[in-house]
Design a protein around this ligand. Sequence first.
Ligand SMILES: C[S@@+](CC[C@H](N)C(=O)[O-])C[C@H]1O[C@@H](n2cnc3c(N)ncnc32)[C@H](O)[C@@H]1O
Length: 205
Amino acid sequence: MRKRVLNKGLSESSKKWVQRQLTDVYVEKAKEYGYRSRAAFKLIEINTRYDVLNGVCIDLGAAPGGWSQVAAKFCKRVYAVDLLQIDMLDNVEFICGDFTNQSVVDKLLNIARVDVVLSDMAPNTCGIKSTDHLRIMELARQAFDFAQMVLTDGGNFVTKIFQGVEETDFVKTLKPRFKTVKYCKPSASRRESVEIYIVAKGFQK
Ligand SMILES: C[S@@+](CC[C@H](N)C(=O)[O-])C[C@H]1O[C@@H](n2cnc3c(N)ncnc32)[C@H](O)[C@@H]1O
């Protein structure tokens, strides 16, 4: 049965979001398994299919912490970054700040060895597909530039993008630097969403 809530005063899009959360199986599953977000199941599926998590991991765009929770189970240490604060997690060191600021990058550059860079960063969407696409591609490109600076030989890089005109060129720039580059649309990623993940394995310095 469809659950209903009182959502007086909310905008139409907020009402839709609330209704979707209430009927979403991954939201239920996240509560059941103690994950902070339904996004945790996206990383679980990516890791089950591609075995990307190991060693020391940097999780960009970590709030509220679902991916960090998953990464912390497979990795020796996780460094998480977000504009928004997150509650503490075992085995996770959190840096609150804007990843596009050099001061945040400088802190991350102090980490001696990095095996995995994850980016689930997403801009505040405006609803105009082409603009949202360009904004997330800028974040993904910065995450890739950073990954090239820090990843150890054989390291892995996973980033979220929204599909659009710049996607093919972006994937082309990744290919020479990794052994394999794949697209992944996890089951927990809503079918109607243009969100997709690029999974790049085996960094070649
Ligand atoms: C989809 S959420 C991440 C969900 C998270 N992976 C999880 O499992 O809980 C996207 C996050 O990216 C963050 N973000 C967007 N731009 C950022 C930036 N420039 N620096 C750091 N975090 C950013 C947002 O604050 C937001 O929390």
